[in-house]
Design a binder for this molecule. Structure first.
Ligand SMILES: NC(=O)c1ccc[n+]([C@@H]2O[C@H](COP(=O)([O-])OP(=O)(O)OC[C@H]3O[C@@H](n4cnc5c(N)ncnc54)[C@H](OP(=O)(O)O)[C@@H]3O)[C@@H](O)[C@H]2O)c1
Length: 282
């Protein structure tokens, strides 16, 4: 697969199959607005339980989409509760077939292991994923919620094109070991939840560290959420690795606001101020 190049991806995790009169919140309209605006990467997972919706939304526009899905994270019940990890080769094959069927496509462009397994060696999982590439069911392989050691071991079996990890002003654990490993192996980092699951969008307060972000936001006539997102967009140049920020939204208007963050140019001094927040080092 060619290197990933989208400026910003679209995270579909929160989209639910619902009919609404509010065109701002129509899930299909949100995905169409993303494609209309030139976003190519649409990210879902079997665990999000919305692959049929995503498949329906991209129907007729398949060529415009770099379609990403994931397998291996199996909720016990409700979304975001307890989960098991399934990463054995038989499950990999079965999960891929099910995702292809729900998405209504012949091939998934980027197929991730959603979470590392404590029991199945990653070589076995990636070996089965590589067979999917050979069979033309998947174009590129990705990993999520793994260690640097997992990444290296996986990459030795089959090239890994993308690593999807949380990366935001609040969550910078990826910088410690995964980032150097990804840089060395030429793996693109897909930075999910770049506003800390929306925390920076909800920021209004004048307290530190919000005041720093708020002041920078006013300078750019932007919101704190847009500045937090712009900070992730600047990671690519700061660390010299390909980075695709992956925000998520259920609103057309928010999608446009997130895209506008691509164009915010933070000065070196602003980057230093934001860097010095280091609120949580996960
Ligand atoms: N691999 C993994 O383990 C993993 C885990 C989590 C997420 N992900 C991926 O990352 C994507 C993004 O995750 P996320 O949704 O947690 O990230 P996020 O973009 O950091 O936060 C989304 C939250 O912010 C709100 N929001 C988004 N744009 C906004 C705006 N412009 N103004 C105000 N509020 C805004 C959203 O509400 P509205 O819907 O109202 O806009 C939502 O509550 C997911 O869709 C998924 O694809 C991957």
């Amino acid at each position: 697969m060619t290197p990933l190049a989208p400026r910003q991806g679209f995270g579909a995790m929160r989209l639910r199959d619902q009919t609404t009169d509010d065109t701002d919140r129509d899930p299909v309209a949100v995905i169409h607005a993303a494609l209309d605006a030139g976003i190519t990467m649409v990210d879902t997972a079997d665990a999000y339980r919305n692959e049929e919706l995503v498949g329906r939304a991209i129907h007729g526009r398949r060529d415009e989409v770099l379609l990403a899905s994931k397998f291996g994270l199996v909720w016990h019940g409700e979304l975001a509760g307890d989960f098991d990890v399934r990463a054995d080769p038989a499950y990999v094959r079965q999960a891929c077939e099910a995702s292809l069927r729900r998405l209504g496509v012949e091939v998934i462009d980027l197929y991730y292991l959603h979470h590392r397994s404590e029991t199945v060696p990653i070589e076995e999982t990636v070996g089965a994923m590589a067979e999917l590439v050979d069979q033309g069911k998947v174009r590129g392989l990705g990993l999520s919620n793994v260690t640097a050691n997992d990444l290296r071991r996986a990459h030795a079996v089959h090239p890994i094109v993308a690593l999807q990890e949380q990366w935001s002003l609040l969550q910078r654990g990826v910088e410690q070991e995964l980032l150097p490993a990804a840089a060395e192996l030429g793996v693109t980092i897909v930075a999910h939840s770049p506003t800390g699951h929306g925390l920076w969008h909800r920021t209004r307060a004048a307290d530190e560290p919000d005041a720093v972000v708020g002041t920078i936001a006013r300078t750019h006539d932007a919101t704190a959420g847009q500045v937090a997102l712009a900070w992730v967009h600047h990671r690519e140049h700061v660390h010299n690795v390909p980075v695709v920020p992956l925000p998520g939204t259920t609103r057309v208007s928010h999608l446009r606001a997130n895209l506008a963050a691509c164009d915010i140019r933070l000065s070196d001094d602003e980057l230093r101020q934001l860097d010095s927040l280091r609120v949580v080092r996960a």
